[in-house]
Ligand binder design. Structure first.
Ligand code: NDP
Length: 434
């Protein structure tokens, strides 16, 4: 804590991982030496830079840009870029730390990174977003590369922004290297990448339920958020026979007791992805209920998929969900549940998967995009989806292998943390003190 003052999110993420690792390291003392934990909790590099751009009124605006290159132990740095006014060093360090573990779980050779800026895309014109992205890349270019560090999208960075960044990268470098993932299909993108995080989260929830002889068929699900991850979680959950009764954004929650349908999801995508509108606009257009200022957690459901942002579900929310009979929580977002909420789920027999396991499908498919780019090929949709599905199944198996408790139940938290740690730690030990 003294080394990272004021970095509450970073300390929260490290604490959660270390609580899983201590018992394991006590039994496997080779991981206690070589400054391994000290090195693993210090990013290899943290870059902070000025991003200046000109708005539609001719005013100069200045934002702060970041790239945290946390670990390259098992492959090039890899992780998304977030554009949101809340972005700061603590949040990006927590995300880069988590990314290192998540990427290790995917079975693909990718290190961990995260970046972004405190730029707020809300209310900005497309021209302003483009000029910001270009200014951001004019510095980022010095730190990334197809074999060095491969950024992708995150909150506030979707296909449009990745397109602007890819264009500027080519302009500056005069190279067609695919430095970003999440690209458009016509310039090196992969089929299924937009869907991958949401689909993967639902595939993972399905594996968790299978353990207790259940499936998603007929279950009630609450989803939070209404962005990229949330939309495709809704789509896949519906396809597997579940009834999705909520979506949300930072202004409130839509509660739809009839459940989502493909037509309603198409409407949500139109409002969010093309008009850059709010879920309240969606509720008005579809005649569904909108609860201003509310989060989805007091709606009774079987399965909970938090897909918005960090610390959006606390101990009180967890108590309500448990009281209302929830049986499974799979995180689509990164660290949406507070440590206390996680403890409550685990203590009450609710199956709970941390994002580093359940939402790893997005970065895994980014890894598949990198493979296709390296081969200069495009795999068909079914092939990418099948690989995504099999990666999610193997992450689930790794969690079972390392997370089985004495009573036969599973801690997905311990399983994911230990499985990822062993892979990264072994690579670090083999490569010496660097
Ligand atoms: P989007 O920008 O597409 O959507 C973000 C959603 O979360 C919006 O509904 C947004 O509402 C809501 N949200 C964001 N910040 C807040 C906040 N402070 N309070 C309440 N709601 C908020 O992002 P993604 O769907 O890509 O990302 C969602 C989560 O999933 C993040 O935690 C991200 O790190 C994680 N993730 C994303 C991956 C990906 O492939 N995209 C991969 C793995 C994890 P509003 O519009 O009101 O801000």
């Amino acid at each position: 804590a003294e080394r990272n003052p004021g970095q509450s999110e970073y300390l929260q993420a490290v604490t959660e991982v270390m609580e899983s690792l201590w018992p394991y390291i006590e039994k496997h003392p080779k991981y206690a030496g070589q400054g391994l934990l000290e090195r693993l909790t210090e990013p290899e590099r943290a870059i902070i830079f000025r991003v200046s751009w000109v708005d539609d009124h001719g005013e100069v605006r200045v934002n702060r840009g970041f790239r945290i290159q946390h670990s390259s132990a098992i492959g090039p740095y890899k992780g998304g870029l977030r554009l949101h006014p809340s972005v700061n060093l603590s949040i990006l360090k927590f995300l880069a730390f988590e990314q290192t573990f998540k990427n290790a779980l995917t079975t693909l050779p990718m290190g961990g990174a995260k970046g972004g800026s405190d730029f707020d895309p809300k209310g900005k014109s497309p021209g302003e977003v483009m000029r910001f992205c270009q200014a951001f890349v004019s510095e980022l270019v010095h730190h990334v590369g197809a074999d060095t560090d491969v950024p992708a999208g995150d909150i506030g960075v979707g296909g449009r922004e990745i397109g602007f960044m890819t264009g500027m990268m080519k302009k500056i470098t005069n190279r067609a290297d695919c430095v970003f993932t999440g690209k458009g299909l016509s310039f090196g993108g992969s089929l299924i990448r937009p869907e991958a995080t949401g689909y993967g989260t639902v595939y993972f929830a399905e594996e968790m339920l299978k353990q207790s002889g259940r499936s998603l068929q007929g279950l009630r699900i609450s989803v939070s958020g209404s962005g990229n991850v949330a939309q495709y979680a809704v789509e896949k959950a519906m396809a597997l026979g579940a009834k999705v009764v909520t979506v949300s954004d930072s202004s409130g929650t839509v509660v739809d007791e009839e459940g989502f349908s493909p037509a309603k999801l198409a409407e949500l995508m139109e409002v969010k992805n093309h008009q850059y509108g709010r879920v309240s606009d969606y509720a008005r257009r579809t005649g569904t209920n909108f609860h201003a200022g509310a989060r989805p957690w007091d709606v009774p459901v079987d399965v909970v998929l938090p897909c918005a942002t960090q610390n959006e579900l606390d101990a009180n929310d967890a108590a309500t969900l448990i009281k209302n009979g929830a049986i499974c929580v799979a995180e689509g977002a990164n660290m949406p549940c507070t440590i206390e909420a996680v403890k409550a789920f685990e203590a009450n027999g609710v199956l709970y998967a941390p994002g580093k396991a359940s939402n790893a499908g997005g970065v895994a498919t980014s890894g598949l995009e990198m493979s296709q780019n390296a081969m200069r090929l495009t795999w068909p949709r079914d092939e990418v989806d099948a690989r995504l599905h099999s990666i999610m199944t193997s992450i689930h198996e790794a969690c079972l292998q390392h997370g089985r408790r004495a009573d036969g139940s599973v801690s997905y938290v311990d399983g994911a943390n230990v499985a990822a740690f062993v892979k990264v730690a072994d690579a670090m030990l083999a490569q010496g003190v660097i």
